[in-house]
Ligand binder design. Structure first.
Ligand code: ADP
Length: 435
């Protein structure tokens, strides 16, 4: 615990660190910089002259800058600012108002103890020693009859403000630079650890595939060679093992796909959404699990985007529209509408829908609203979609009504359109359809 923290009463330690140290710093500085000239004026009957005004104004300035500096929680920088600022102001004021007999001597005395608040012991001792040396020099000069000025000349005021201004600008720039580099460093760290995690997930799931393949092979062998030996219960157990292995296979495939997304660069190519949807429609028609359905889409634009990711997004959303759907005749419709700066792609279904409290949750990885017994799945599809949409610079949201259906909305900036499309697309303005 730093010295500054030890000084804080226990009950205030509950308050977040930022507010604690901020209030303490302001308090200490106001005491030292504002109160000391007032004490000099009222208790020692010393005139509140130009020097005292400088102290009063610069104290307020100092307090304000402490607020700014402390935004980055940089107590050390606060200390440097306080010490140098105090030294320059008080030493120069003293030399203009009577050397060691100056009323501003009191202010200089504050530097030593206060630096113990901000710095480590060694640096604080250095500053105390420095102040003592300054005082001794002044005392010797006075002893040698050095002519200390008794009033502040105008050029001193200008010099003082120029110094203060440059110093503050320096600190401000340093603060911003520190803030930015801190931000960049933590961004880099976050990216690196995310990549490591993705790599780990990729390798782990990749390696899981081979033992799973063996399990499947042996289930197959058992089914082929030992069907006669196994009784009904044995066959049932074997079937359960098979179903679980299949579920695990899907899970591994999905995790692989989810982690692969990060390692693959986002490409820019001509992606005709109409062609993508036609391809998907053919692909889905080959799957037995989807029956009694129709996929409709109005004319869709050509994009300048990543083909694989776009296909992945639509495949997941369309298949979900058919899967989470108990209607006799399942319908998935894809509509397109353009606004001034954005384009919107709506994937609508007449499925089971969901309550509004799940709108956010379903996009998180492994979040499912149903168990695998009711609807098969891994809870990764929408997380893949969200990641891919974000990588393409867009957003994905959902609105839904239970028993009526859901609308998944993809929003992209208009810049995603293939250049030649932009002019024609503006005219395709359709009303937003509510669920
Ligand atoms: P999975 O389908 O593999 O479970 P998803 O990430 O695709 O994983 O979906 C997460 C959950 O969101 C699903 O378990 C389901 O409960 C819900 N969901 C997704 N799409 C729809 C939809 N079109 N209609 C209703 N619920 C949906």
């Amino acid at each position: 615990m730093s010295i500054i923290e030890k000084l804080i009463p226990t009950k205030f330690r509950q308050v977040p660190k930022f507010r604690r140290s901020l209030s303490l710093i302001i308090l200490v500085n106001l005491l030292i910089t504002l109160v000391s000239p007032l004490v000099a004026t009222f208790f020692f009957n010393i005139g509140f002259d130009e020097g005292a005004y400088i102290l009063a104004y610069s104290s307020v300035g100092t307090a304000l800058f402490f607020v700014l500096l402390n935004v980055s929680k940089n107590l050390m920088l606060c200390g440097v600012f306080f010490t140098i600022h105090s030294l320059v102001v008080s030493l120069s004021l003293m030399s203009y108002t009577g050397g060691v007999g100056s009323p501003f001597l009191l202010w200089l005395f504050g530097i030593g103890p206060v630096s113990f608040l901000y710095f480590k012991k060694r640096i604080a001792l250095f500053w105390t020693f420095f102040v003592v040396c300054c005082l001794l020099t002044m005392a010797i000069l006075q002893f040698l009859d050095f002519p200390f000025e008794q009033q502040l000349p105008e050029k001193y005021f200008y010099g003082f403000w120029v110094f203060m201004f440059s110093f503050l600008v320096f600190i401000f720039v340093k603060l911003i630079m520190g803030f930015q580099s801190g931000l960049k460093a933590s961004n880099r760290k976050l990216k690196a650890s995310n990549q490591e995690l993705e790599r780990f997930a990729y390798i782990a799931s990749h390696d899981l595939k081979s033992p799973l393949r063996n399990i499947n092979n042996f289930i197959h062998l058992l089914n082929r060679k030992y069907t006669d030996v196994l009784d009904e219960t044995g066959k049932e157990y074997l079937q359960i093992i098979g179903t679980n292995a299949k579920q695990m296979h899907h899970l591994i495939e999905d995790i692989l796909e989810y982690s692969k997304n990060d390692t693959q660069t986002v490409s820019k190519e001509k992606v005709d959404l109409n062609k993508v949807l036609n391809q998907l429609a053919v692909q889905i028609s080959g799957e037995e699990k989807y029956q009694n359905y129709q996929i409709d889409f109005s004319p869709l634009p050509i994009l300048n985007s990543d083909f694989t990711r776009i296909k992945q997004i639509f495949q997941n959303l369309i298949e979900n529209g058919l899967k989470y759907n108990d209607s006799d005749f399942k319908k998935v419709t894809i509509e397109f509408l353009a606004q001034k700066n954005t384009i919107h792609l709506l994937i609508k279904d007449n499925g089971i829908g969901m309550k509004p409290e799940y709108y956010e949750r379903i996009f998180e990885i492994f979040q499912r609203l149903h168990n695998t017994g009711t609807y098969e799945g891994t809870g990764i599809g929408l997380a893949i979609c969200k990641k891919a949409v974000l990588q393409l610079g867009g957003q994905i949201t959902v609105t839904s009504a239970v028993g009526v259906g859901s609308i998944f909305e993809l929003t992209f900036p208009k810049t995603i359109l293939w250049q030649e499309e932009v002019a024609s697309v503006v005219k395709v303005e359709a009303p937003r359809i509510e669920v």
